[in-house]
Write a protein that binds this ligand. Structure first.
Ligand SMILES: [Fe+2]
Length: 283
């Protein structure tokens, strides 16, 4: 097994292993690399759904996403992210991840890690970016760190309640009802969370899901969020991944935010399988 860093800020590629067939010792090394690099890219994997699910389960209990319309027909734990159409209908979610976020931060128990497997990739576009929220926290001024200490942010799935994001065209017709029906109650989490495995502090908000700061008046809270959101998207904190066919990526949602960059031209296909592993309550 070879582990090669992909940037100075986060990410490493892992080559020479089959994730469907790892002994305990090798898995422990993979897990260690995951905590160190936050994103791992396993190259050239052959992963039918059951093998992807089995590998994900080694990281913890799987979660089932609230967007039930994108589920794989044979495997409940697998979500299909795809711009493919059959009979004029999308077969998966074509627009997932189009604003910076950390997966399922709008629930009480957000996602520990996400695994995304590239089954078809376009020639152009479809990149993914991650930004390092340890780095974002560490580079704040001491004054700002003190200001954030003890603050909590409110997160929601409902795009209609968040002026920072757009509602995709395909949801505009059925929009408000759809979001109201499936959005769980808002979640409130510390604005700075402590990673349960490394003990390090990470900034924990995002433009997709965070809509306010509990302890501050509306205007002051929004101004602080604007400042933190601009800070967390600095290029120095970001690695951009250009996918290769059969890459499997896994990333740590407890210390990263991510973005699906889009830009896939009409007629080209991006088709992915996603599995999410349940984390614990942020503190
Ligand atoms: Fe995501």
């Amino acid at each position: 097994m070879q582990i090669n860093p992909l940037s100075d800020v986060l990410g490493a590629e892992v080559i020479g292993i089959d994730v469907g067939n790892l002994d305990e010792v090798t898995f422990d090394k993979v897990h260690e690399a995951f905590l160190e690099h936050h994103v791992l890219v396993f190259r050239d994997q052959n992963l039918p759904p059951e093998r992807q699910v089995a590998f994900a389960q080694r990281f913890g209990e799987l979660d089932v996403h609230i967007q039930k319309d994108n589920k794989h027909s044979g495997h409940e734990a697998i979500q299909v992210l795809s711009n493919k159409k059959v009979n004029g209908e999308y077969i998966g979610s074509p627009s997932a991840g189009d604003a910076w976020h950390s997966d399922l931060s709008y629930t009480d128990i957000p996602t520990l890690c996400t695994m995304l497997y590239a089954m078809e990739i376009p020639e152009v576009g479809g990149d993914t970016e991650w930004s390092n929220m340890y780095r974002a926290y560490d580079t704040l001024s001491e004054e700002m760190k003190q200001r954030l200490d003890g603050l909590h942010a409110r997160h929601t799935f409902n795009r209609f309640r968040n002026p920072r994001v757009e509602v995709p065209e395909i949801y505009k017709g059925i929009g408000k009802e759809r979001y109201a029906d499936i959005a769980p109650p808002d979640a409130v989490h510390p604005l700075v969370r402590t990673h349960p495995e490394t003990g390090r502090k990470a900034l924990y908000l995002s433009e997709r899901f965070t809509i306010g700061i509990e302890e501050l008046e509306e205007e002051e809270g929004q101004a602080l969020m604007d400042e933190l959101i601009a800070h967390q998207k600095q290029r120095d904190f970001i690695y951009r991944h250009k996918w290769s066919l059969h890459d499997l990526t896994i990333w740590d949602n407890r210390c990263l935010i991510h973005l699906a960059c889009g830009g896939v031209p009409e007629g080209q296909i991006r088709h992915m399988h996603r599995v999410i592993v349940r984390g614990d309550k942020p503190y």
